[in-house]
Design a protein around this ligand. Structure first.
Ligand SMILES: [Cu+2]
Ligand SMILES: [Zn+2]
Length: 193
């Protein structure tokens, strides 16, 4: 009886040690995750895919109303609209843009234009190119964050397509990928000089 009781205590002590070890480990991960807290702006430098010319940058800035997305792109088809999306992966190793996977969609919604609240997190609508093939486009996206808990975009990819996003399923019928970039932490403006 005595020895069985003793063994029980040895067993308990062993389990408790295991739990406290797990808690300490978890705490370490939590601290690590908060390293993104200081990142309020991220940027994708856009490079043309093979055979195309579209290039520029897309800046994402965290605001209290959502993420302000500002795209400045040249080399587009003059007087035309081009879809712009955040895609799942920040992998630009393939020169056709396909390494970025499909639309970033952590919520499991259907594809949609920005007028629709329930859409892929990566659905940013369309750029409108001027007569010279240049576009400046700004949108506030409420369904993403720069590097927070709500569908963070840092580390993902940005794709600009050959055609307009018409809002159709599954991905807006936007055609080939003409420009791609990886979303990375932006150097703060105060330190940029
Ligand atoms: Cu796309
Ligand atoms: Zn989509």
């Amino acid at each position: 009886m005595q020895s069985a009781f003793g063994r029980y205590f040895v067993f308990l002590a062993f389990v408790c040690t295991g739990i406290s070890c797990n808690l300490a480990h978890h705490g370490g991960h939590h601290k690590h995750g908060s390293q993104w807290k200081g990142v309020a702006q991220v940027v994708a430098v856009m490079q043309p895919t093979a055979g195309n010319k579209a290039a520029g940058n897309v800046v994402f800035t965290q605001t209290k109303d959502g993420v302000k997305v500002e795209a400045n792109i040249t080399g587009l088809n003059p007087d035309s609209e081009h879809a712009i999306h955040v895609h799942q992966y920040g992998d630009v190793r393939l020169d056709n843009g396909k390494g970025t996977g499909g639309h970033y969609n952590p919520d499991g919604h259907d594809h949609g234009l920005p007028a629709k609240d329930k859409r892929h997190a990566g659905d940013l609508g369309n750029l409108k190119a001027d007569a010279k093939g240049a576009a400046s486009y700004t949108i506030i996206a409420k369904n993403i964050s720069v590097a927070g808990l709500l569908n963070p975009v840092v580390g993902r990819g940005v794709i600009i397509h050959a055609k307009v996003d018409d809002g159709g399923q599954p991905t807006g019928n936007a055609g080939a990928r003409i420009s791609q970039g990886v979303i990375g932490a932006a150097k703060p403006a105060a330190a940029a000089k």
